[in-house]
Write a protein that binds this ligand. Structure first.
Ligand code: AHN
Ligand code: ZN
Length: 333
């Protein structure tokens, strides 16, 4: 048997592709006498990703909202954690619940629960998906009842719902890469206009207490407010700063499969703090898919208001984001 090294294999692959191109040129082209053959580009074959089921993702968003606001310290929060853990386990993921006692800016204390789930934990090449699963305790951006809780369907559950449906598809058709899903707690308990450190308490805790020695992923994608109708996802500036290659990869995948109307080429700097910044500082390149509102030049008008409920969750947006993620995951070497 002749053994080929990696280099020879590459040469053989390139030769075969060239032969294939020559054959197709001969059969498909009408003959012309031009001595310069037409320049051909060979498309890299994409690995078919499974279909992301937006109805299923929507039902996962609704299931969270149906518990009531998932405010730290409440029964709804505790029950939702159980639901998320059970769901991830049912898809064959290995689940760790990281707990810690965390003080908040308003001098309270909560038991934080970061839910960390791994598919094929021993595979080296890994993709990380993250979202926060807690609800902000107050609709403090609303003129009416700013101190009351709100459903928070897009802020938290949309990202969690998309990630759960990715987990569901991964359980049916196995990708080559490993997949880690991080549901961070206590992201949204920050002080309005206050210190950045008052936000993202779950991811900050994880960064200081990494769940596994030497944990690493090729890159991470944070999903934040990924369910609004006609959502506009520009390239988020901090993501570009920390992980421009990964931003370009995800945005290209989205455009390749027809979701260029959601994933726009512009870069917008509108996120002061979010979990991806903490993950980047912990050493894993991480990008944020987050809705930008062109009218306000910032977050959507529902953000931290009573408008953020199931009525603003659009299956088409969940599909655009989820299908893009599957496209990236199944093509990850
Ligand atoms: C602030 O609102 C300060 N940062 C954005 C992080 C966030 C909150 N995303 C959803 N809710
Ligand atoms: Zn929020």
């Amino acid at each position: 048997m002749v053994q080929f090294g990696r280099f020879q294999n590459k040469v053989i692959t390139i030769l075969s592709l060239t032969i294939a191109v020559v054959i197709t040129s001969c059969t498909n082209e009408t003959k012309n006498d031009n001595t310069n053959p037409p320049v051909k580009t060979v498309a890299v074959p994409r690995i078919p990703a499974p279909d992301f089921n937006a109805d299923s993702a929507y039902s996962f968003v609704k299931a969270q909202v149906d518990f009531g606001p998932r405010i730290p310290g409440t029964p709804a929060h505790a029950k939702c954690a159980e639901y998320l853990v059970a769901k991830l386990k049912s898809y064959g993921f290995e689940v760790i619940v990281q707990t810690g006692t965390i003080p908040t800016f308003d001098k309270k204390q909560f038991t934080l629960k970061n839910i960390i789930a791994s598919y094929k934990p021993d595979v080296q090449s890994r993709v990380m998906l993250c979202s926060h699963w807690d609800s902000r305790p107050w609709a403090d951006a609303d003129k009416k009842d700013p101190d009351k809780p709100f459903d928070s369907a897009n802020d938290g559950p949309s990202g969690v719902g998309v990630a759960l449906e990715v987990a569901h598809q991964v359980s049916i058709k196995h990708p080559n890469a490993g997949v880690d899903i991080f549901f961070f707690d206590l992201e949204d308990y920050g002080e309005p206009g206050g210190d950045n450190d008052s936000w993202c308490l779950g991811s900050q805790y994880w960064a200081k207490n990494i769940h596994k020695p030497n944990y690493y992923a090729n890159f991470g994608v944070l999903l934040d407010m990924v369910g609004g109708p006609n959502a506009y996802f520009p390239k988020e500036a901090k993501s570009v700063e920390y992980a421009s290659t990964e931003v370009d990869k995800v945005w290209k995948a989205a455009n390749d499969i027809g979701y260029g109307n959601y994933f726009a080429p512009q870069t917008k700097d509108f996120v002061g703090i979010d979990d991806h910044i903490i993950v980047n500082k912990a050493g894993v390149p991480c990008i944020d898919i987050i809705e930008y509102n062109q009218a306000s030049g910032g977050f959507g008008d529902y953000h931290h208001t009573h408008k953020d409920n199931m009525s603003i969750i659009d299956k088409n947006t969940l599909k655009a984001v989820g299908q893009t993620l599957l496209e990236v995951i199944y093509n990850e070497k």
